[in-house]
Design a protein around this ligand. Structure first.
Ligand SMILES: [Zn+2]
Length: 305
């Protein structure tokens, strides 16, 4: 088996990993996304990083394919990026095809939450399990559902928009147009907004998390509400799908039990005991490596087809 390259295309950073046949990341590159510089510029810089990773390999060894996780919405069949708010410079472009032509290598692209879920499912918390739900809690909130070993796409490719499940019909207006979405409580910007409302102090979501870890009462309160909202969403998903493993990734997951303990408690409050007693809610053990390993796994599936 050859080596493959997994790429995590994010709003501000692009992380690349050279992955060997044993699914170990041998070498990495990291660049600023700077999507406002346009498609050709982003592709040139990714291609240069891929070449640099290839040159790390001994002469006889090769890279067979490239996998990419990109923020949604994407068309995973064509590999086109659709209307991406955080990546306006490369929105609505045939990204996968253009990169494939640039690299002369097969390229596969899918939604970043799904790609990270595949990483956790095959190489992290989900190893040996049949089904799993991965929830990414960062700038936005999204989910990916793996049921009996297969990613669930839904009838119109929008399965996993769980960040916009209403957890409080009287809650804040969400940028999606709805009200009281999970994302209005649990995303990084939501932590910042709730902390500002409580204290008058403007901090980033990451700083609110750091304050909470240091024992700041207002920050602990904000993370408590975020966790309770997350637990309501997990309860609904567990009751509907009877899936028993929930893996939480993304920057807000770094709060660990400060987020997960209130989530576990509200899961108990809002679901049947027979369901909640079997549900495990865990922080993603692979963290930032999940998208790279998942993208590499996707690249390998391409090689088998
Ligand atoms: Zn929403």
């Amino acid at each position: 088996m050859s080596h493959v390259i997994g790429i995590d295309l994010g709003g501000s950073k692009i992380a690349l990993g050279l992955v060997n046949p044993k699914n170990r990341i041998l070498a990495r590159r990291r660049l600023d996304t700077e999507s406002q510089r346009g498609l050709d510029d982003v592709l040139d810089r990714i291609a240069a990083a891929v070449e640099a990773l290839r040159s790390d390999l001994p002469r006889a060894e090769t890279v067979a394919a490239v996998g990419i996780g990109a923020p949604g919405p994407v068309d995973h069949v064509s590999g086109d990026l659709l209307d991406l708010v955080n990546l306006s410079g490369i929105s609505n472009t045939p990204f996968r095809r253009a990169l494939q032509e640039r690299l002369s290598l097969p390229v596969i692209l899918d939604h970043d939450a799904k790609v990270a879920a595949l990483g956790e499912f095959h190489f992290g918390a989900g190893r040996g399990r049949g089904s799993m739900i991965y929830i990414v809690v960062g700038t936005g909130v999204g989910a990916a559902i793996i049921y009996q070993g297969e990613l669930l796409y839904g009838e119109n490719n929008s399965a996993g928009e769980s960040g916009h499940m209403t957890v409080d019909p009287n809650g804040h207006r969400c940028h999606c147009g709805s009200r009281g979405c999970l994302e209005t409580y649990t995303s990084g910007p939501a932590l910042a907004r709730h902390y500002l409302a409580a204290t008058g102090e403007a901090l980033s979501g990451a700083e609110v998390t750091r304050r909470a870890l240091a024992g700041d009462v207002a920050a602990l309160d904000v993370l408590g509400s975020a966790g309770r909202a997350l637990g309501i969403a997990i309860a609904s998903l567990a009751m509907t799908l009877n899936i028993e493993l929930f893996v939480i990734g993304g920057s807000v997951a770094q709060a660990g039990d400060l987020l997960l303990e209130p989530a576990r408690q509200s899961l108990k409050n809002y679901s049947f005991k027979a369901v909640s007693a079997r549900v495990k809610v865990a922080v993603s053990p692979l963290a930032g490596d999940a998208p790279i390993l998942g993208a590499a796994w996707l690249a390998r599936t391409l090689r088998r087809n």
